[in-house]
Design a protein around this ligand. Structure first.
Ligand SMILES: *Cc1c(COP(=O)(O)O)cnc(C)c1O
Length: 595
């Protein structure tokens, strides 16, 4: 054990790295005094706000009221329940601890906690600027910060906060369906009324430029298109109309998503009534990235079958492995089609990885921890139609906070719904007609606003913290390779996730799976670290399974691979100051419990 003096002097952190520690409470609540001070300031300010608001109205609760027996009983009752609740929450998952390396949550940043608390007290509903005079504008500014980090033009892009990444993904597909429907309706209209002979594919991939050009050229009004819209008429009534317009039945449009998908995409396809068979998986490489040549083959095949593609999804930071798809190569492929006047909607699901954009240098200097390939993937975000990001993951923002962003107003359009009781004083800010969710809290937006401004969404701010989490992964990875002979690591690691199996003396995959299951159980029971487990199944992950069985020289006898999965996002997992080195201790634990 180190002495106290030793602790305070021993630090080989740079001054700006030390400074990032001010943004977190710390595993032992080291920054408690500062946090208490800020919370008291916010509370006092909030109290004063009330007092200053029409003081002449007088008080509604008197000192005498406050001494009333039943009044006091109520208060004591609530106080007791609060104490009980606090006691109950002692059993909650200690997600703040550097020893928590399981799922995608950890410490919260203090600015985000304070922003959240501030908005919680004021409790605006950012559904409209009528219901919220401040919060709705904070949301607009916070979205601009995220847009800028994600390489979008902050003055052209649009977006809003959602309660999670799942909702943001549904928002994206909802909008892609709106495009698909408009383009299809336009094709049907032109075929019927102007002797065009557009195919389903040509129609659905015409893009807004062409669409607008047709509108002008033939003086077509939105109402005329309604007679050809499946969103308006429903899929059943429209079938005869399409049969006549295209001389064959419409088989529906599909959604292409890599097999590493988050399951929210299945929900989105199901919810929007596209039919489960409309969900088409794209093969993965042996490293878990979307296989671009398979995407190309599928596009060609669908084009030939005249089946339009509503949306193509790629992923930055897959949920299972933290792998980044080659967004740039995918976009290049789609650009080739754009030259032939075929438009595709490319959405990037960056729910997990999105914040790593803050680690990418905007001046094209190479960042410290991301590979050049991953950097290129992030840089090409500026070209994609829409993005999902989850501030409640790597933004260190409290739940529930996701966000959806669109490159420009063309990809933010969606069927607008009117509500007579909601007013819109500020048309450009008011989003209620265009959000899936109705009433929305300002907490996520305000938390993100304060955190983004305080930490800075650049390589010396938020990016520095995230860069250090990759460094932690690299150090642990090396340590396991050198010191843990029973463990075998999965090959590709782009971000701060690390997956492995307990290989030991296993001669087959099923053997190894059993050992890995057991190891995960033992670690989580040991009360030293909390880890997570994931299972990659065939056929989606067949290439990964085959490749690794061969690499590890074990019999390929199972349709799935069980992985010990670590999310190394806690900012203090790797540090030189605590009495224990979490990295060393974790490697030792692996050796102790694996076999
Ligand atoms: C976490 C995640 C989601 C869904 O996010 P929730 O906030 O849990 O709804 C979607 N896509 C990816 C890649 C994710 O990692």
């Amino acid at each position: 054990m180190k002495t106290i003096e030793n602790q305070s002097t021993e630090t080989n952190c740079h001054s700006n790295e030390i400074a990032t520690k001010s943004y977190f409470l710390g595993p032992q609540a080291e920054n408690a005094d500062w946090l208490r001070h800020q919370i008291l300031y916010i509370l006092d300010h909030f109290f004063q706000w009330r007092k200053d608001h029409r003081p002449a109205d007088g008080q509604a609760i008197s000192r005498v009221d406050q001494k009333n027996e039943n009044f006091l009983n109520n208060q004591n009752n609530v106080q007791r329940m609060i104490q009980d609740l606090c006691h109950r929450f002692e059993n909650e998952v200690p997600q703040f601890s550097p020893r928590y390396i399981g799922h995608m949550y950890s410490e919260l940043s203090l600015p985000s906690l304070l922003g959240n608390f501030l908005a919680l007290l004021h409790n605006p509903n950012i559904i409209s600027t009528e219901a919220s005079r401040v919060g709705a504008f904070i949301e607009d500014e916070a979205i601009k910060d995220l847009a800028e980090m994600l390489f979008y033009n902050k003055d052209q892009s649009f977006g809003h906060f959602t309660s999670c990444g799942t909702v943001a993904n549904i928002e994206a597909l909802w909008r892609a369906r709106y495009c698909n429907d408009h383009f299809l309706a336009m094709g049907a209209y032109l075929n019927t009324n102007h002797q065009f002979a557009l195919s389903f594919f040509e129609s659905c991939h015409m893009g807004w430029d062409k669409f607008n050009q047709y509108c002008r050229q033939y003086n077509i009004k939105e109402d005329a298109l309604k007679e050809y819209s499946y969103v308006f008429l429903g899929p059943w009534k429209v079938q005869n109309i399409y049969q006549k317009a295209f001389a064959k039945p419409y088989q529906g449009s599909v959604v292409l998503v890599p097999n590493s998908k988050h399951y929210s995409w299945l929900k989105a396809v199901s919810l929007l009534g596209l039919g489960d068979v409309s969900f088409i998986g794209i093969n993965l490489t042996h490293q878990g990235q979307m296989c671009v040549s398979d995407l190309e083959n599928k596009i060609l095949d669908l084009k030939q079958k005249d089946i339009p593609i509503m949306m193509i999804v790629s992923i930055l930071g897959t949920t299972e492995l933290g792998v980044c798809d080659p967004v740039d190569k995918i976009q290049n492929l789609l650009n080739k089609y754009n030259e032939n006047k075929l438009f595709f909607w490319h959405h990037v699901d960056a729910a997990y990885g999105g914040y790593f954009a803050s680690a990418v240098d905007k001046k094209h200097l190479h960042s410290l921890y991301l590979s050049p390939e991953v950097e290129n993937a992030f840089r090409s975000l500026k070209n994609v139609q829409s993005i999902t990001i989850d501030p409640h993951k790597l933004g260190y923002i409290p739940y529930a906070c996701g966000a959806f962003l669109a490159k420009n107003s063309d990809y933010y359009k969606v069927s607008a719904f009117e509500a007579k009781y909601i007013q819109s004083p500020t048309k450009t800010i008011d989003r209620w007609m265009k959000t899936l969710e109705g009433s929305r809290s300002a907490q996520g937006a305000t938390a993100t606003w304060l955190s983004s401004k305080a930490l800075g969404l650049h390589p010396e701010g938020h990016g520095l913290i995230l860069g250090r989490t990759i460094k932690a992964r690299i150090i642990l990875e090396e340590k396991i390779k050198q010191q843990c002979p029973n463990m075998a690591l999965l090959e590709k690691n782009d971000l701060n996730l690390l997956c492995m199996i307990n290989k030991g003396s296993a001669i087959s995959l099923s053997d190894a799976n059993e050992k890995t299951e057991k190891l995960i159980e033992l670690i989580n029971q040991s009360n030293s670290f909390i880890v997570s487990k994931t299972t990659l199944k065939s056929p989606e992950y067949q290439n990964i399974i085959d490749y690794h069985c061969e690499k590890w020289n074990i019999k390929n006898d199972s349709a799935e691979i069980v992985l010990l999965r670590l999310t190394l996002m806690n900012p203090f997992f790797h540090n030189n100051q605590t009495n224990v080195s979490f990295i060393d201790e974790f490697a030792n634990k692996l050796n102790e419990l694996s076999c």
